[in-house]
Every structure is written in structure tokens, then in C-alpha cells.
Design a protein around this ligand. Sequence first.
Ligand code: SF4
Length: 117
Amino acid sequence: MTELICIVCPRGCHLQVDPENGCRVRGNQCPRGETYGRDELINPTRMITSTVRIKGAMYPRCPVKTSAPIPKHLISEAMKALDGITLNAPVKCGQVVVENVCGTGVSFITTRDMQQL
Ligand code: SF4
């Protein structure tokens, strides 16, 4: 039995997931916890947030995130994809920074507008 804390909402239910029994989930107070518990054992994924350099804006770095969750084991490799990226202001929220991160089909996108100085 694997014990997890559900991170889908602030309630933080304590889940027990049984890998011997089809990843049956107990302790969840809603169906989203069942999905989270099962996925966490079979194929854990995470959204990634970070920043990249930007030239010509009020701040030196622009916040970015993945457009969807990616497999947890690819996080380090995905972060390397941001090394050496420098944007030029202006940028729009949702602008693609890196496409198809680690072959996942997911992109890094900006999460705010940044005007040119
Ligand atoms: S199981 Fe449902 S209620 Fe409990 S923490 Fe997860 S999402 Fe929230």
C-alpha cells in the first residue's frame, strides 16, 4: 500500500493506493483524488513553472510554465530546455517559448505580458 497526500485541492486528503489491487484508491473525498492517486503511481506528471531571461523589459526575467503537465521524470531535462533562452520585449502572455518539450508535445509558454521599455 502506498500512502500519498492528494495535491489537487487544499483539503489534502490522505490517500492509500494499492498497487497490488489495480491501484485501488482509498481516502479520497472526491473522484479527482482517485484519478490523482492512480496516476501518481502509474505515470506521475507535474506542471513546471520557471523564468527565462528577457531583454528590453522592466524586469530581467519573464515567468513561464508548461502548457500542460509533463511526466515527472522529465522535469530536469525540461528545465535544461530553458537554458540559453533569451526573449526580447515585448512579449504577450501565452507566447510559446519552447515547443514540444522533451518530445512530449507540450510547450513552455509565457505567463504574463511584458512591455518594451
Ligand atoms: S481527494 Fe478531492 S477533496 Fe481530497 S484533496 Fe483530492 S481533490 Fe481535494
